[in-house]
Design a protein around this ligand. Structure first.
Ligand code: UDP
Length: 342
């Protein structure tokens, strides 16, 4: 994937001189591996750090022989060092789907807290620019719609989703503390529902679940009445936004997502239509604290990054469906699905 970087301010000054070095934690995951591709193709040296609890070597196998790519299997909630200079740290390590963070509640809390602490320590040591992958989940079940960066959110700290939401809220707080106290150059991207090739078919999120079910003509499991909404962003748009944010000088949080909002029921119908499946809809109980609505306000990203999403849902979904049809990873392993219902 290539990103049109021509109108990114400050890029030249960042990239002049010796080869730049970027550390990507969670680099074998869905988004981390696409970022690894981008930075290798842009001429960076990439250190990809991942403990592989939810990431997959399949996502980075094609990079393993590249001299500018180095994989380090490591859990960033434990201390780690990298020798030599580091210019950028992109902290993307975390289970990121409700099923995964319910399966790994303590590692999710540890990676968001201790992992952010450790990687910020590395940024301080190396005087590196630090980008935190935050999330729309920090808004919880929002009572402000669409969500703007100045909304503080509505999160249940003790519910099952709290392990992810609060870990990310802590990660934002410690990132800002390092920025204010240690003068670290920081960025915070709040990522809204993103989909595309390399999502794990078994992570339980709505996009892989529905595609998996539709490709087998199985019923699509709509939770609740399917009236809850999400706004889906194709991965290439998100990666473009993240690159622009990194190369900007904006330190506050920025929403990156596609503001086109769908009900989950309409989304299920679209997946059935695009796959030409014979699937029916099967209603299942709504998970606890499932946000009723979600849609990013992207005024800030439009203004400061000159960014907006380009890929329509239908186009992105067709590419994702084709990938799931052809990918080696598409087989679903038996895994305990922990969904806490109302
Ligand atoms: N969902 C659903 N059926 C599924 C998986 C998810 O109806 O098989 C719903 C889920 O309840 C939520 C929405 O789809 O309202 C998006 O869920 P996802 O797990 O993708 O991410 P979230 O946005 O909740 O973090």
């Amino acid at each position: 994937m290539s990103v049109n970087t021509s109108d990114i301010t400050n890029r030249k000054s960042f990239l002049m001189g010796r080869k730049k070095v970027v550390v990507i934690t969670g680099g074998a995951g869905f988004l981390g591996s696409h970022l690894s591709d981008l930075f290798v193709s842009e001429g960076f040296k990439v250190f990809c750090v991942d403990n592989l609890i939810t990431g997959s070597m399949n996502n980075i196998q094609h990079l393993m022989n590249d001299k500018n790519f180095e994989f380090i299997k490591h859990d960033i909630s434990k201390d780690f060092r990298i020798s030599g200079p580091v210019d950028f740290i992109l902290n993307f390590a975390s289970p990121a789907s409700p099923i995964d963070y319910l399966n790994y509640p303590i590692p999710t809390l540890k990676v968001g807290s201790l992992g952010s602490y450790n990687t910020l320590g590395l940024a301080k040591l190396k005087k590196a620019c630090y980008l935190l992958a935050s999330t729309s989940e920090i808004y919880g079940d929002p009572d402000v719609h669409p969500q703007k960066e100045d909304y503080w959110g509505h999160v249940n700290p003790i519910g099952p989703r709290g392990v992810y939401d609060e870990a990310k809220r802590f990660a934002e707080a410690i990132t800002m503390a390092y920025h204010r106290y240690h003068k670290i150059d920081t960025r915070i991207v709040r990522i809204f529902n993103t989909y595309g090739p390399r999502m794990s078919i078994e992570d339980g999120r709505v996009v892989p679940n529905f595609i998996y079910q539709a490709l087998r003509n199985k019923p699509l499991t709509v939770y609740g009445k399917g009236k809850q909404t999400r706004s889906f962003c194709f991965y290439s748009d998100l990666i473009d936004g993240i690159y622009r944010l990194l190369m900007s000088d904006y330190t506050g949080p920025v929403n990156i997502g596609n503001p086109t909002e769908f009900s989950i029921l309409d989304f299920a119908r679209l997946v059935i239509a695009l796959t030409e499946a014979k699937s029916k809809i099967e209603y299942k109980p709504l998970p606890i604290d499932d946000p009723r609505q979600r849609k990013p306000d992207i005024t800030l990203a439009r203004k400061i990054l000159k960014w907006k999403p380009k890929v329509e849902l239908e186009t992105g979904l067709k590419e994702t469906i084709a990938w799931f049809q052809n990918s080696k990873d598409r087989r679903k392993k038996e895994k305990k699905e922990v969904v806490y219902h109302e």
